[in-house]
Design a protein around this ligand. Structure first.
Ligand code: ADP
Length: 207
């Protein structure tokens, strides 16, 4: 069982010698987090990969934290119970926050099915005055299931995977996402352009 309680004692925050603003100015960037959420196979990773490529080619520092990749390392000791999903998202929220503070446009692509967990990640950023944008990848489940690039829906329908989001575990859609993408209606490139336009409007990128 994982616990999020703070176990360390006698720890003190040590400020650096420069401010975040000084760091961002030197790096010519504004750190923030784009939090992609949506069903499995909705297109989070595909769009985040393509967006990362476009941003880096424009010279913007960008880094992608991907659900499956992080579960290979930092979160390899977590499963898919509600408790482990919550801890998965808590750790990603903390890591995204550090990257954003470092001046990076941070793209997270995790199903992150529960409202409360995403709200916690948002709150972590707000507490540190860091910008957090929730991007709802709103692909209908029928389309996700038809695409099923990893064959996971097939396995879940066959009862080989238990607690699969959208099948026998809930997906709680965002109530007020900053951006909604519809990969069932738009191509990957169009979705990427919508993200770029959004970042420009937010003043993160130059138009
Ligand atoms: P997720 O990260 O949400 O689990 P993936 O990106 O791994 O989803 O899978 C989405 C699948 O849908 C991929 O096989 C991708 O090629 C396909 N796809 C088709 N059209 C689109 C689109 N417009 N946007 C994103 N993915 C798309």
């Amino acid at each position: 069982m994982t616990t999020t309680a703070t176990k360390s004692t006698n720890i003190h925050w040590h400020d650096g010698n420069i401010t975040r603003e000084e760091r961002w100015k030197a790096l010519k960037c504004i750190g923030c987090t784009l939090w992609f959420t949506g069903l499995s196979a909705s297109g989070k990773s595909t769009i985040a990969c393509a967006l990362e490529q476009v941003l880096v080619q424009r010279g913007a520092p960008c880094y992608r934290l991907d659900g499956d990749n992080i579960r290979h390392g930092l979160n390899s000791n977590l499963g898919f119970s509600a408790e482990d999903r919550a801890e998965n998202i808590r750790r990603i929220g903390e890591v995204a926050k550090l990257f954003a503070d470092g001046g990076v446009i941070t793209l997270t692509s995790f199903i992150s099915p529960y409202l409360a967990d995403r709200d916690k990640a948002r709150a972590m950023h707000a507490k540190e005055d860091l910008r957090f944008f929730e991007v709802f990848v709103d692909t209908p489940i029928a389309v996700c299931e038809e695409r099923d690039p990893k064959g996971l829906y097939k396995k879940a329908r066959a009862g080989e995977i238990k607690g699969f989001t959208g099948i026998d575990d809930p997906y709680e859609a965002p109530k007020a996402p900053e951006l909604v993408l519809r990969p069932d209606k738009h191509t990957v490139d169009e979705c990427v352009q919508q993200c770029v336009a959004f970042l420009a409007k937010q003043g993160i990128l130059r138009a």
